[in-house]
Design a protein around this ligand. Structure first.
Ligand code: HPA
Length: 278
């Protein structure tokens, strides 16, 4: 299956009734980034469930709201709550938010997520600037008839994690109080965490972190040529690295513990992002 331009335009037309200005930057917040969402100035909040042709969040902790407003003097649209394939959505459906942001006029995308650390040098609470990804499972979000208005049928992804934005992310890291790495994110469909054998395989393949989100959004941004920055917060060592089971509580606890400094860090990037948009 696949959607026509008109399909996405219907969501845009609804949003335009409430928001007359153009958001410069679209930010997708991992479930733990409540403090960032709360700090958005002059917010206009729209529930996903009210937007025609949009999707709804089913994951506890994912608020399910689009928040338009100002951060560090820049106009942004934030997704508080994102969509995952494990919720039952087709990969093709997961293009919807980023395409809607594109039609609203957003010029760049920042994606954040919680991830398990595969690289044994990484520690929970550290941040990985994503340089590339591995996605060997599931369909492409661009499967089905191509919508030429967004991008070409076959598209290059060699520099999809925009080098200039990664450079900016490193510059803003200074003084943030957080520890940074740059590495490869490997997508797993979830919702089960990976097996220790899958994590060993991921490491052999070159992954530094694993997670269940982000890659569909990233590919959608790449398809329509939007500059993209992706940041992963290591919430746990991946399965089998430590001799203990993984729990969602651990993920939420670690993420919550750095939510404050991480929110400040993203604000700093937003303040300066114009310099990184090619
Ligand atoms: N695996 C997959 N997704 C995750 C993990 C993990 O270990 N931690 C947070 N999100």
């Amino acid at each position: 299956m696949g959607y026509s331009l008109e399909y996405f335009q219907k969501s845009v037309d609804y949003i335009r009734q409430f928001v007359s200005w153009t958001p410069e930057i679209a930010v997708v917040l991992g479930s733990f980034l409540g403090p960032f969402a709360e700090a958005i100035e002059d917010p206009i909040v729209i529930n996903y469930s009210d937007i025609p042709n949009f999707l709804v969040s089913t994951v506890p902790g994912h608020a399910g709201k689009l928040i338009f407003g100002t951060v560090a003097g820049r106009r942004v649209v934030c997704m508080s709550g994102r969509f995952h394939s494990y919720e039952g959505y087709d990969f093709e459906q997961l293009v919807i938010p980023i395409r809607v942001f594109r039609l609203l006029g957003a010029k760049a995308v920042i994606l954040t997520n919680a991830a398990g650390a595969v690289n044994a040098e990484y520690r929970p609470g550290e941040v990985m600037i994503v340089s590339d990804h591995i996605k060997l499972t599931g369909a492409s979000p661009m499967r089905g008839p191509n919508v030429d208005a967004f991008g070409p049928r076959f598209f290059d992804v060699t520099r999809m994690y925009t080098p200039a934005l990664r450079k900016l992310a490193w510059e803003c890291a200074e003084g943030s109080g957080l520890t940074f790495h740059e590495g490869v994110y490997m997508f797993f469909t979830g919702p089960q965490f990976e097996t220790p054998a899958e994590i060993r395989a991921a490491r052999l393949l070159g992954a530094d972190a694993v997670g269940m989100s982000t890659v569909t959004e990233a590919l959608t941004a790449a398809h329509c040529g939007m500059p993209l920055l992706c940041l992963s917060v290591m919430t746990n060592m991946a399965a089998g690295v430590l001799d203990q089971p993984l729990t969602n509580e651990e993920v939420l606890e670690t993420a919550g513990s750095i939510a404050g400094p991480f929110s400040d860090y993203i604000k700093k990037i937003i303040e300066r992002i114009g310099e990184g948009i090619p």
